[in-house]
Design a protein around this ligand. Sequence first.
Ligand code: FAD
Ligand code: NAG
Ligand code: NAG
Ligand code: NAG
Ligand code: NAG
Ligand code: NAG
Length: 540
Amino acid sequence: MRKSGSSNYVFAPLVISLLLFLLSVSPSLQATSDSVYDALIQCLSKQTDQPDQVSEIVYAPSNASYTSVLRAYIRNSRFNTSYTPKPVTIVTPTQESHVQAAVLCSKSIGIQMKIRSGGHDYDGLSYISDVPFIILDLFNFRSISIDIEEQTAWVGAGATLGELYYRIWEKSKVHGFPAGVCPTVGVGGHLSGGGYGNMLRKYGLSVDLVIDAKIVDVKGRILDKDSMGEDLFWAIKGGGGGSFGVILSYKINLVPVPETVTVFRVERTLEQNATDIVYKWQQVAPITDDNLFMRMLLQPVRSRVQRGSMTIRASIVTLFLGNAEQLVSLLEKDFPELGLKKENVNETSWIQSVLWWANYDIGTSPDILLDRNPDSANFLKRKSDYVQTPISKDGLEWLWKKMIQIGKTGLVFNPYGGKMSEIPSSATPFPHRAGNLFKIQYSVNWEVEGIEADKNYTTQIRKLFSYMTPFVSKNPRSAFLNYRDVDIGTQKNDENSYEDGKIYGVKYFNENFDRLVKVKTAVDPENFFWNEQSIPVLPR
Ligand SMILES: Cc1cc2nc3c(=O)[nH]c(=O)nc-3n(C[C@H](O)[C@H](O)[C@H](O)COP(=O)(O)OP(=O)(O)OC[C@H]3O[C@@H](n4cnc5c(N)ncnc54)[C@H](O)[C@@H]3O)c2cc1C
Ligand SMILES: *[C@@H]1O[C@H](CO)[C@@H](O)[C@H](O)[C@H]1NC(C)=O
Ligand SMILES: *[C@@H]1O[C@H](CO)[C@@H](O)[C@H](O)[C@H]1NC(C)=O
Ligand SMILES: *[C@@H]1O[C@H](CO)[C@@H](O)[C@H](O)[C@H]1NC(C)=O
Ligand SMILES: *[C@@H]1O[C@H](CO)[C@@H](O)[C@H](O)[C@H]1NC(C)=O
Ligand SMILES: *[C@@H]1O[C@H](CO)[C@@H](O)[C@H](O)[C@H]1NC(C)=O
């Protein structure tokens, strides 16, 4: 079997600087960009009923606004450098017919199309590519309509989670939606990739509440749940954006939330028995009351007790769908080691808990959820794993040494169980249900641009990932699609794509991979909706 393409990424910056150099000196490559732009404008004008609008939604690299439009939804500064590959054109549709035309025209011109909603893809796949490409940027598709009677909502792909939470709160103080914690994440990528947040033990994933969708398929048709058929509707509830079509919007069921919820954060270092706490957390967090979500963050930090040495800090960050009294008595029973008292917790409303989880103080105006913070990001790398049996105390102590040795990489443990264990693993493409205690997110952020720093920190996180092998799921070593990680394999758009695609596909989707490939082969046999980790078509 051919080696997976992931190693190419290490050299990508070099190859790309070479390409950029060629681009700057070669009139013929410069011409590619101009001719794609011209061809697109021509084709789009023919395909839409208002041809005069077309020049207002297409940005060529020479356009003064091109850079700011491109950067607005770059959410990882690693892909905001001079050597990052850039789109030959950005299309920013304002109407559904523009999306239909963009699909048909990219196909007829033969240019790769990347789809971007909120731009939070951890490895930038919505706005970079190793082949010439355009971006279809959906930030204008942000309409949200809430129906409180019906307890449902239609949400545009380009809406952010913060906007969704805000619009629900405007209409009702006792409804919410289980989705991610970061308010600027886009609905398009988040829901098509699964989508989880701090209510997953109570209500499952975002996709577990999706009841309809609108999508533009490869033929440029707009389909809904009924016209797309059961298989495609299943596939776009977690099988990944960008493999099957362009999602325009999702219809979701809202969920009830109590008027009062409770949050708290406790921190313990190794000197404060963090090892015992982490060990016990593994026994409690995945099986306790479904109303309780206790995320745990593990980070190497400077020790305050032994000057000059490092320790591990475990922070438990919590949402409880109930009041302080209920929470304190629950934890007295389930987790007495925490010694949690009423004065350590804060009762608040659900919308304030959203703000608190997004690192705003309780009392902040929810208006801040409407702030998209364009063009702001860190340099970062993320990876994921699933844990199915608790890590022993010896294992944890060994792990602390490795984390301290490595430097900066942290781990976030997200407990499963509750509703997650009740939903069959084939109900949606997202397979990681019963049998998983918690998901790990590996996390490293840094502030300096450059290939050196990039290599330094990505090497660190990969090292920790390798040390974790004995503790995590095997055959396959599972991963979470929304924690996009090109290290686990990539494909090129060629005759090996099925074999290469299977490598990461089975990790993200386990047993559901085969059904996804069948759906993909049926709805997009020419593989127009391709990306480095899309669902491959069956070999002919
Ligand atoms: C700061 C931060 C916090 C996060 N927190 C969470 C969290 O709490 N929970 C969680 O589950 N995940 C979380 N994520 C991961 C996030 O859910 C995924 O990155 C998600 O895919 C982002 O969606 P997006 O629309 O913003 O991203 P994009 O980068 O726009 O898209 C991601 C992928 O989906 C495709 N896509 C996007 N829109 C469409 C569309 N309309 N139609 C078809 N394909 C499309 C893109 O081509 C790309 O492949 C976080 C990410 C970041 C950067
Ligand atoms: C840049 O592109 C936008 C969108 O197509 C267009 O409205 C604007 O006129 C362009 N500006 C220039 C200077 O070409
Ligand atoms: C991208 O880089 C420019 C400077 O080169 C900076 O001003 C901008 O804030 C950066 N944006 C992101 C999203 O990293
Ligand atoms: C740590 O554990 C020891 C032994 O069980 C106990 O005496 C001590 O109070 C604990 N420390 C903290 C900070 O909980
Ligand atoms: C509770 O909220 C108040 C007001 O924001 C804050 O000062 C206090 O630190 C919070 N307490 C806890 C335990 O989070
Ligand atoms: C590599 O990472 C370590 C922190 O883990 C840091 O001290 C060092 O400065 C980094 N080196 C570079 C070149 O970024």
